[in-house]
Design a protein around this ligand. Structure first.
Ligand code: PTT
Ligand code: SF4
Length: 610
């Protein structure tokens, strides 16, 4: 194969064995890479109902067939596993030299199983794979760990690390890379911790053979040249993802005080302009000339890299309007390896529980010191953090009363920073995202608020969600490119099949890629059904209860909330269009039409829900 290395490194930490296996051209063509390859491996190899934190679970790092080539925004990888937070498929996407170096080691993916008897890290240097002692790193935060790795293995090393939260098996622990990049919101850090695995590092020097190397180089050059010429580029460089803050505030969709309100009174302190003013430098992923990580100095004098999600979930969502303090909470999350979205949601939820007297906890809206303390407690799963660090769904179940009504999650994964009291399309997007409530697959909210049909539940909303899921969840998560050139600047999608063909020699149209995306979606869904068994039902595709039950109390959208019956109809439109049955399960015919005949045979054993 060209473009694809065709090789997967397998490491069993219990037996301390390593081997490299090949995968077939058929799998490469049907699933491309990244999320596609990851779900195919989980489907084929993970024993059904494996304990997410048990040794059987598979931790997968997967790149795509254009990762590491000199084409725009090709420095990302997917980290995937069965999630401890949701019990279903989980993944995240992070930009890191680990992605480019892994490919330059001649690999497309690494699969880690088993559990080491003591803390270890894995070093991959071209063909040399070592399982090394990490006893001295255990307990260290991600920054200290990264510094040690660079000192020992060189500054060009690609790193994937966990902080103390991963070691404590906190359900909202993520994987961290390069001080400010993090991925794997559905507890991927806890999976690493459960394997006693502190870090995976890569140093690669191999060339990755391409089908048409000269063409790929010139396409890449053209791509890089196009990027700064887009009209949206200067503003992107100025504020990056933070541009969403004013947009959401104006639209009354800015998560405020645990998603109970849609506007924040101190927005000027924590919006794009405020972050721009405070920015001292920008950081980014490899192979990118639109780098977007705005880095500022926090209230304790340290660097902190901010994005819209981080600021909103650790600011307005917990009632905190001091940017430097928000930056401190963000920095602590990066050090501890906590997902900022999960952390902001758990803190907001804890504050609301405390205010309502449901828990004996001295914390309230905007309480910086209280939030900081809770972050540490969650990361170490101690004190009150032992409850809230499980994630809002499980914490709410334990707390009882009406707590589940204001636990803001879908399938157990906390909702990213978009309030959907009056955005049924975006609510559907959260409801049907393959990993629980993440905006990465279908960020339709910007389209929806300017569509003129914002509050409506018609089939066009389901169509839009699927269109975006094909592009974002299909194309970008399998080729594993950053989607920002396209969504933020208007970079043409038509370039991606050209990159794919020059890298691999395989010609695919965009329609072929949409079909591939549908195939990946069907298999991800089948995986959920297989793992959840009779716990699966269409209600799992519902957004949080709060958006139905608690109308917005103030602002221009005062009184707005989602309608239960209409949402359910919208969900049915969505299922019909996807070829899924009324339970949200891909039909046998749909799977076969998507070239999943073998998988459909296997799935027939699990699909009896009635
Ligand atoms: C992503 C989620 C996001 S989405 C953000 S900010 W965003 C939060 N970032 C965190 C962080 O930082 N530290 C931390 N401890 N936790 C964090 N949790 C949150 O995680 C990220 C960028 C961003 S910034 C986004 S939208 C885009 N995401 C992409 C994606 O998902 N797919 C894709 N093909 N391209 C993307 N490009 C953009 O990448 P998760 P990164 Mg991230 C510090 O991981 O699990 O997917 O959750 O990877 O390298 O940091 O780049 O407003
Ligand atoms: Fe990374 Fe930002 Fe560049 Fe995307 S635009 S590759 S997230 S630095």
């Amino acid at each position: 194969m060209k473009g694809w290395n065709g090789k997967i490194l397998r490491i069993d930490l219990t037996k301390r064995t390593t081997k490299i296996t090949n995968y077939s051209e058929d799998i490469a063509k049907r699933f491309i890479g990244g999320r596609g390859l990851a779900v195919k491996l989980l489907w084929d190899e993970l024993p059904q109902r494996a304990d997410p934190l048990g040794p059987e679970n598979m931790l997968i790092f997967a790149a795509g067939p254009y990762t590491a080539y000199s084409v725009p925004n090709s420095g990302k990888m997917v980290v995937a596993s069965k999630s401890p937070l949701t019990g279903g498929y989980g993944d995240g996407n992070l930009g890191t030299r680990a992605a480019t170096n892994m490919r330059k080691c001649g690999l497309d993916a690494v699969v880690v199983t088993g559990k080491a008897d003591k803390p270890v890290y894995i070093s991959v240097e071209d063909e040399k794979v070592e399982i090394l002692d990490a006893g001295h790193l255990w307990g260290k935060d991600s920054y200290e760990t990264e510094d040690w790795i660079y000192e020992k293995h060189g500054n060009a090393t690609g790193v994937l690390i966990i902080g103390p939260s991963g070691e404590s098996l906190c359900n909202i622990a993520t994987v961290v890379a390069q001080k400010g990049r993090a991925g794997g919101r559905p507890g991927m850090g806890a999976i690493m911790g459960s394997k006693n695995l502190k870090a995976v590092i890569f140093n690669g020097s191999k060339e990755i053979p391409a089908a048409e190397p000269e063409l790929l180089k010139s396409l890449g050059r053209e791509g890089f040249n196009k990027i700064p010429k887009f009209d949206a580029f200067p503003n992107w460089k100025r504020v990056g993802t933070m541009m969403a803050a004013d947009m959401m505030q104006t639209a009354s969709a800015l998560p405020t005080r645990n998603f109970s309100e849609g506007q924040f009174e101190y927005i000027e302190n924590v919006n794009g302009d405020a972050v721009h003013e405070a920015t001292v430098t920008q950081r980014g992923c490899p192979n990118c000339n639109m780098i977007c990580g705005n880095t500022m100095i926090d209230s304790e004098g340290r660097e902190s890299e901010l994005d819209y999600e981080n600021v909103t979930m650790l600011g307005p969502n917990i009632g905190l309007g001091d940017l430097k303090q928000v930056a401190t909470l963000n920095r602590i999350c990066d050090e501890l390896g906590l997902d900022t979205i999960g952390a902001g949601s758990c803190i907001g939820f804890a504050m609301e529980c405390a205010n309502k007297g449901l828990v004996d906890l001295d914390i309230t809206w905007g309480d910086f010191e209280g939030a900081k303390k809770l972050l540490y407690e969650m990361a170490y799963m101690e004190g009150d953090g032992a409850l809230f660090g499980k994630g809002t769904r499980l914490a709410a179940q334990e707390i009882g009363g009406d707590a589940p009504d204001f636990a803001i999650h879908v399938k157990g994964l906390e909702v990213s920073a978009y309030d959907c009291h009056y955005c049924p399309g975006m609510a559907l997007s959260f409801g049907t995202s393959p990993i629980g409530a993440h905006h990465k697959d279908a960020w339709v909210i910007s389209w929806e608020i300017s569509s003129g049909i914002r509050g409506e539940y018609g089939p066009e909303k389901a169509d839009k969600v699927i269109e975006f899921q094909r592009i974002r969840g299909g194309l970008f998560e399998t080729l594993v490119g950053c989607r920002f050139p396209w969504i933020e600047l208007g970079y043409p999608l038509e370039d991606y099949p050209k990159y794919l063909e020059a890298a691999t020699g395989v010609k695919m149209t965009l329609d072929d890629l949409w079909k591939m995306g549908d195939r990946v979606y069907a298999l991800v869904r089948a995986f959920w059904v297989r793992e959840l068994g009779d716990k699966w039902n269409r209600k799992m595709d519902y957004p949080p209860v709060r958006w139905f039950k608690h109308p917005l109390p103030s602002g221009p959208l005062k009184g707005k909330h989602l309608d239960h019956e209409k949402y359910d109809h919208l969900l049915s439109f969505y299922y019909d269009k996807r070829g899924w049955d009324e339970h949200g399960i891909p039909t046998d015919k749909t799977m076969k039409d998507l070239s999943l005949s073998e998988e459909a045979k296997e799935f027939a054993k699990y699909r009896k829900l009635d």
